[in-house]
Write a protein that binds this ligand. Structure first.
Ligand code: HEC
Ligand code: HEC
Length: 278
């Protein structure tokens, strides 16, 4: 995700003092919001800690290994990617990360509730990305969405599963297939067909555990570099095959306005549509 980006000069870290000032203000608001109990002495409810929450340099391989294990032990890709990074932040940073429930992203498993939409590994990891980069601006562009967009593009291009976790896997050297899109559906189904494995087999579970590990590893590495000022998420550019589609159908960009911006998104059009212009 990071190798292709030019190194930028140092960017200032966000102001930690400003964040704690907001925290204090939040406490004051909380005291006004006392629930009027019968005694009038109900304890003040703490206000939610505003974003962004603090990041610290984490070990990407440890995040990846935890994600691989949590996928199998805790149940699913959303929990695997989210809890791997969250558990490290709880240990290394503490509050406010300690206020988040471990199973917050459990519903993201199998593309949310088994629906096969967004890969849960991307869902869990992108929740953390938003929480630490919310409001972060580089080159006048908000980075939370840009990093998530970049992550989804990276994922679609990967041939999964990688061999990074083969040393802890009972099924190493699995067949690798390009995910094609950030959708659980294409990522898993294309692999299952190529591997001749059903969705409920040990092989498929192993494959997805490694995918979750790779996503957690990559996101942790990217966030480490982002907060060291070594990386800025580049703006999305359509691939050569679809740049003419985007010129007509959108999305419009800062430099190019689509005549009819009537499609949403940055996915590869030709995965699902024929080219009606040829
Ligand atoms: C020169 C402009 C232009 C280009 C380039 C273009 N389209 Fe279109 N496309 C149109 C117009 C005009 C329509 C008719 C519907 C409308 O009025 O928006 C259309 C219709 C469609 C439709 C709905 C009807 C159908 O044929 O299924 C899809 C889907 C679509 N385009 C996808 C694509 C994709 C994918 C590409 C690139 C491979 C592409 N378009 C390239 C202008 C364009
Ligand atoms: C994951 C599959 C998928 C991808 C990727 C995808 N589309 Fe679509 N798109 C669809 C489906 C399904 C519809 C609804 C088609 C229908 O109603 O017949 C649709 C609808 C559209 C429509 C509205 C016209 C219509 O027939 O309803 C346009 C225009 C369109 N897509 C363009 C694009 C372009 C341009 C891209 C790439 C930037 C793209 N799509 C990527 C699946 C996809």
């Amino acid at each position: 995700m990071n190798a292709q980006h030019p190194t930028r000069s140092k960017w200032p870290r966000r102001d930690v003092l400003a964040a704690s000032a907001v925290l204090l203000a939040g406490g004051a608001v909380g005291s006004i919001n006392r629930s009027a109990g019968a005694t009038g002495e109900a304890a003040p409810r703490p206000a939610a800690t505003p974003l962004p929450w603090p990041w610290t340099t984490l070990d990407p391989l440890e995040a990846g290994r935890r994600a691989y294990r949590f996928y199998k032990d805790k149940g699913g890709c959303g929990t695997g990617s989210f809890l791997s990074i969250l558990s490290l932040l709880k240990e290394e940073v503490g509050h406010p990360w300690t206020t988040l429930p471990d199973m917050m992203m459990a519903h993201a498993a199998s593309g949310f509730g088994g629906h096969g939409t967004l890969c849960g590994a991307l869902a869990g990891a992108s929740t953390i990305i938003n929480m630490v980069t919310f409001g972060e601006e580089r080159d006048k562009i908000l980075q939370n969405n840009q990093i998530v967009d970049r992550l989804f593009w990276w994922y679609a291009e990967q041939e999964f599963p990688t061999d990074r976790f083969d040393d802890i896997s009972p099924i190493p050297d699995q067949i690798r297939v390009k995910a094609m899109s950030p959708l659980c559906h294409t990522s898993v189904s294309k692999w299952a067909l190529a591997a001749g494995a059903n969705i409920n087999t040990a092989e498929k579970i192993e494959r997805c555990a490694k995918v979750v590990g790779e996503v957690a590893y990559t996101v942790t590495l990217a966030l480490n570099e982002f907060f060291k000022g070594e990386w800025v998420a580049p703006a999305w550019k359509p691939s050569e095959e679809i740049s003419h589609c985007v010129m007509c159908h959108g999305p419009s960009t800062a430099t190019k306005k689509a005549p009819r911006w009537n499609q949403q998104g940055h996915m590869e059009c030709l995965m699902c549509h024929r080219d009606h212009t040829t």
